[in-house]
Ligand binder design. Structure first.
Ligand SMILES: Cc1ncc(COP(=O)(O)O)c(C=O)c1O
Length: 484
């Protein structure tokens, strides 16, 4: 008797349906030669009895195998391992031609100056990020429950087909009222474009707006990758400095007097990387300058939802009377960076250009995920999650800042951020900071930071939100050991 039970293994604890596990086990047995072409398989009832499975489960497995070409069924005869099997062995791919390019690649993209952390294997290091959520708190099970329930309803089958390039209509409608109630932004779903995160939103809007040689203003220190996007789009970058009121608006005016500026990129809620909030006075001045010099403001509001001490200032986009502000938001920081849903709000002309641009690289986003996010917002789950995490992150900010203050005040200075997920530290001794990433790496910590912050500003941005108290204690102890 063939040892079906010991060969066809499956686990009732697995999340994979049993009929698929059984189909996989039969394929594996064929691969390993336990089952061979032409061999007759027991009927569904017999195999079910042997394996303690319902007959319907076995039938579903055999149907799956039949649809893949592994078995053939004949009325009155039974089911047999197919004589013409799909590919039996995975052959190692040698000399595929994919290893070496014959010539050079075309357009060059500047290297981003982050440490090469993105390419490292994290198994043996603990990442110290520059401000990302604690994904252990992310309500992804609830979000994906919406996803599943959408999938199971026939009414939503249209979502499985090609959809709007600018994103799911339902999410755009939901965002229309969400942006109004939470941020005072008055807009219409026709002016909302859903992207896969704010990174894509920045890329699309910058590329849509720039002509070769156009100037864009960004800050230094700043979110360096935007400079890369500007250069990549044929634009030129002019930098302005940042102080404790935000970007230097006087410098913006000076640059605009000398150069034709098309766009200004800004993170006014909490400046990246310094976490400073753009003062109300400078906000007004900036909007006036945009009209005076005829440029667009790209407002990247990546962490608006995370504010701890007082009510946040409303975004510049809420004062947008002249179509000058393009507003960018994302669910990466309030849910998880793995939820690739972001958006921008822009005038009609930019929407049209963006539509064509996106179509070149991405037919559309992920309509199912976008609809799930929409349901997540409408049900109040997002509000509840934010209330919970803001409380936790506020505690973590206070705890982290207290640790910094009591352990390192002689080495560095910092201002407690009003919100967000990170603290900007400025070291008194440049050498001390320069050596820190390498020394931390030896202790198992990978500091994810832009080198330019260290080299030019003696600064480093460290995220507190993803660390709990115990993890912070350990990290601070390690840093103290190194610095002392
Ligand atoms: C200032 C800023 N903007 C945009 C992004 C991109 O975020 P995402 O594409 O995940 O929304 C980040 C990511 O860390 C960021 O720090």
């Amino acid at each position: 008797m063939f040892p079906w039970k010991s060969i066809l293994k499956f686990s009732r604890e697995s999340t994979k349906p049993i009929y698929l596990q059984l189909a996989d086990a039969i394929i594996k047995s064929i691969h390993e030669g336990h089952l061979f072409p032409g061999q007759k398989l027991p009927g569904a009832r017999v195999l079910g009895d042997l394996l303690n499975l319902n007959r319907k489960t076995v039938t579903a497995a055999l149907e799956e195998l039949s649809s893949q070409g592994w078995v053939e069924s004949y009325e009155w005869k039974g089911t047999f391992v197919s004589n013409k099997l799909p590919e039996l062995k995975y052959k190692p791919l040698h000399n595929t031609g994919f290893r070496e390019a014959v010539g050079e690649t075309g357009r060059k993209v500047n290297k981003f100056r982050f440490l090469e952390s993105l390419y490292l294997d994290y198994t043996n290091v603990r990442l110290i990020d520059d401000g990302v959520p604690d994904v252990r708190l992310s309500p992804l099970d609830t979000l994906y429950a919406y996803h599943r329930s959408i999938l199971s309803k026939n009414a939503f089958s249209a979502l499985l087909k090609y959809n709007h390039i600018e994103g799911d209509l339902d999410l755009r409608m939901t965002l229309t009222s969400y942006l109004h109630t939470t941020r005072g932004i008055v807009t219409d779903h026709q002016n909302i474009f859903i992207t896969r995160g704010s990174q894509m939103a920045i890329y699309i809007t910058v590329t849509a707006l720039l002509k070769k040689g156009d100037y864009c203003i960004t800050s230094l220190p700043g979110y360096q990758i935007v400079d890369n996007i500007i250069n990549h789009s044929g634009g030129k970058v002019a930098h302005v400095a940042v102080d404790n009121e935000g970007i230097d608006v006087g410098e913006v005016d000076e640059i605009c007097k000398k150069k034709k500026v098309r766009l200004l990129y800004i993170t006014p809620h909490h400046h990246y990387p310094t976490t400073v909030r753009l003062s109300p006075k400078r906000r007004i001045e900036l909007l006036q300058l945009a009209i005076k010099h005829n440029f667009y403001i790209l407002e990247d509001d990546y962490d608006y939802d995370l504010h701890y001490d007082n009510s946040p200032l409303l975004p510049l986009a809420s004062l947008n009377k002249d179509g000058r502000v393009i507003y960018i938001g994302s669910f990466s920081k309030c849910l998880s960076p793995s939820v690739r849903v972001g958006y921008f709000v822009a005038p009609k002309e930019i929407m049209e250009a963006a539509n064509k641009l996106r179509r070149i690289i991405d037919r559309q986003g992920d309509p199912l995920l976008e609809r799930a996010v929409s349901e997540f917002i409408k049900s109040g789950d997002l509000d509840r999650h934010l209330k919970k995490t803001v409380r936790i992150y506020k505690h973590r900010r206070d705890y982290f800042c207290a640790l910094l203050q009591s352990n390192f005040s002689e080495y560095l200075s910092f201002i407690q951020p009003e919100g967000g997920m990170s603290v900007w530290l400025v070291f008194k001794n440049a050498e001390m900071l320069k050596n820190l990433p390498d020394k931390l790496l030896k202790q198992g910590y990978l500091l994810e930071t832009d080198n330019i912050f260290i080299e030019r500003f003696n600064g480093v941005r460290i995220g507190f939100a993803s660390l709990n108290d115990v993890e912070m204690d350990k990290f601070i102890e390690t840093v103290k050991h190194i610095l002392d």
